[in-house]
Design a protein around this ligand. Sequence first.
Ligand code: SF4
Length: 325
Amino acid sequence: MLLEVKNLKKYFPVAKTFIERLLTREERYVKAVDGISFSMEEGGVFSLVGESGSGKTTTGKLVLRLIDPTAGQITFQGRDITSLSQKKLRPLRKHMQIIYQDPYASLNPRMRVGEAIMDPLLIHKIAEGEEAKNMVLEMLEKVGLTPPEVFYDSYPAYLSGGQRQRVAIARAMITRPKLVVADEPVSMIDVSLRASILDLMMDLRKEFGLAYLFITHDLAVAKYISDKIAIMYLGKIMEMGKTRDLFRDPLHPYTKALLSAIPVPTPGKSRERIKLKGEIPSAIDIPPGCRFHTRCPMRFDLCDKEEPQLKEMKPGHFVACHLYS
Ligand code: SF4
């Protein structure tokens, strides 16, 4: 197993106003991730799907230990990394990389493309000098930035969004990681270029044998690339399973609603859209019982009283909903 996450939580304390400090001692928290468990195989693609505020980006940062968890356990390549110091994490960092959503913010504008991609090689003492430069040129070619010599000396400001994201991908791949967290890597890229970036990422996965933890709000993108999907809502996993099972036999009302919003590619055909009421509630005041009950079209008496637990309905297919209790 490459990655195992058990009962992971991240609560961010809410800053109190002066009056609140006088009136109450009670601390309040944003429960961004509220007890999730999952595992990832070597070389797999596991997507976390949900609306903004579902906790998927926080989960990505937690598994890379870019932020510290409040509770739970993270095991990477059989080693418990939950409370490793940043010093002890350093040698592992080359095996765990991240691609951010915004290709404009993720690169240092003062660094040439070649320097930006070479940086991790120097930091992790993998290569230097001519050897490092050749590795960068080879990587530029692999990510489709050709002729590589021209891109090597360019500054990010002269590149398009799609080209910058290719640079960010090259930078993440140059250390030959085993796990890459890809946080909405195509959502800020022109629609016409998205499929080519996703195809590139899948080609690199095959070539390097790496796994992606793919974070997206778009279930159609997740379907295109994943072996396994988890649907997140307000910090919890609502449903999780193989991509094929989730699309053929969705169980959770939230999954069904998300699926109904995907356009049907066949002309003249459409599916009935399940419209959800309202917005995702605040992660400070999570609704009691099933946290989805305020928007669920299937809710019944038990739903606002008891929290449903994630239950395995058939091998590898889990759901958290009282309809299946
Ligand atoms: Fe809807 Fe109830 Fe199931 Fe929650 S537990 S998803 S409110 S039916």
